[in-house]
Design a binder for this molecule. Structure first.
Ligand code: NAD
Ligand code: TDX
Length: 376
């Protein structure tokens, strides 16, 4: 039996990971620690925390007392740290929150783990560690900065973050590696490209576009829409983390990416076309539309679902031009590869949103409207 502390599992990727490991491994017990910020939703994991193998604790990764209490109580084998402020645009508005959560929160967890896991000292004075423990940090390709038209991010690419978000994630990564170098703490890091899939909060490009199409709203594309992201289906990311936590070498970074570079404008056009096609093939999906327009046969019209919805808006400040990951290391060492083709993943994702409008309404019922009006 392995006991996990999974932080941030009421958010997008953490929730998918929680569901994945509970289904994949019978011999795991998971404690979820999540502050339930605007990005966290208990409903997302309600079915999972019912499970006798999973418990939920509402709390802040920056809270030292709470972290010590949880480590003492559960004697975790693995920590998988997803908890973060994750949205670049919000980091431009409020950088300090990103510093507090992403850097200080990570460092607080590292220290709590250190207090619990250290068993003694070796002859050189380095701490010795309980057998089989691991601190895994979920990081991002954004720590490498931005690429021109050519090349890829490798694990050895120098770190060069541009946004307050990526600067905070970079600092957190550096603390994780500092704990490895200084204390020989068993750590690992995955740096992944842009994820998409179920439970993605509709402030991010793909779920925002889906939501706006269903509402008949404009689709805001920053700048000229030619910035490139490498999109990976979230379940493939979860599989990569599971492999690295269990089999990856300690003290190592693994890049995770989809071999799937697309310009933002391509993503938006593809999403429009896919929704149109899905509603053509299955008229029942049209019931989900918030914009109701009827054709001469009295059916809900989808003629207006076309590229005229696209609106080019002011560019993001410091907008990184291109991200592209080289995942050769994780493929060679652990046999991981991006299994889900984008054409398949985007249909699965849209289908999930069409069938889970209750979830979208729940997560956007709070401050979302104010945020949206301020942003667009
Ligand atoms: P998200 O914003 O959807 O979820 C973040 C979760 O963390 C939420 O449940 C939130 O309540 C929780 N949280 C925030 N502050 C907290 C705190 N102080 N204490 C405890 N919990 C807190 O984020 P996501 O997109 O699922 O990303 C998860 C992780 O993966 C992040 O570390 C992010 O940097 C990284 N990442 C994301 C992507 C992506 O495409 N979304 C890609 C690569 C890496
Ligand atoms: O309305 C929009 N219009 C638009 O053109 C939004 C929300 C985004 N964009 C652009 C900006 C980016 O070039 O689309 C691209 C993707 O934007 P986001 O979904 O905000 O993702 P990004 O900024 O690339 O960061 C994401 O991937 C890396 C996650 O949010 C991070 O947490 C992760 O580390």
């Amino acid at each position: 039996m392995k006991t996990y502390l999974v932080t941030g599992a009421a958010g997008f990727i953490g929730a998918n990971y929680l569901k994945y490991i509970l289904a994949k491994h019978n011999d795991v017990k998971v404690v979820v620690l999540d502050l339930l910020t605007y990005a966290g939703n208990l409903g997302t994991i309600a079915g999972d925390i019912d499970n006798t193998r999973c418990e939920f604790v509402k709390g802040d990764i920056c809270d030292r007392e709470l972290a010590d209490k949880l480590f003492a109580q559960y004697q975790f084998d693995y920590v998988v740290n997803f908890a973060a402020e994750s949205h670049v645009d919000r980091s431009i508005e409020n950088p300090q929150l990103f510093l507090m959560t992403n850097i200080l929160g990570t460092q607080n967890l590292l220290d709590a783990a250190r207090r619990c896991w250290v068993t003694g000292k070796d002859e050189q004075g380095y701490p010795t560690w309980r057998e089989g423990v691991r601190f895994h940090q979920v990081s991002t390709d954004e720590v490498y900065g931005s690429l021109g038209a050519e090349g890829f991010f490798h694990e050895t690419t120098p770190l060069c973050p541009h946004s307050p978000y990526s600067a905070s994630k970079t600092s957190a990564d550096m603390f994780v590696m500092a704990y490895f170098d200084t204390y020989k703490m068993p750590v690992s890091i995955t740096r992944c490209s842009n994820n998409y899939g179920p439970y993605h909060f509709p402030e991010k490009l793909i779920p925002l576009i889906i939501k706006n199409i269903l509402e008949g709203k404009n689709l805001p594309v920053y700048g000229d829409g030619k910035n490139v992201r490498d999109w990976l289906y979230v379940e493939d990311h979860c599989k990569a983390i599971d492999l690295v936590v269990r089999k990856g070498r300690v003290g190592e970074v693994y890049n995770v990416g989809g071999h799937n570079e697309k310009q933002n404008i391509e993503i938006v056009k593809l999403t429009i076309a896919t929704i149109h096609q899905m509603m053509t093939e299955n008229a029942a999906y049209r019931d989900v539309l918030k914009k109701k327009e009827y054709n001469e046969k009295g059916e809900l019209s989808i003629d207006w679902i076309n590229e005229s919805l696209i609106t080019f808006v002011k560019d993001r400040l410091g907008h990184d031009q291109r991200y592209a990951i080289d995942p050769t290391k994780i493929t060679n060492e652990l046999g991981w590869y991006p299994e889900t083709k984008f054409e398949v993943g985007i249909v699965k994702t849209i289908k999930w949103y069409l069938e889970n409008q209750g979830w979208v309404e729940e997560v956007t019922s709070g401050d979302y409207q104010k945020y949206y009006e301020k942003m667009y």
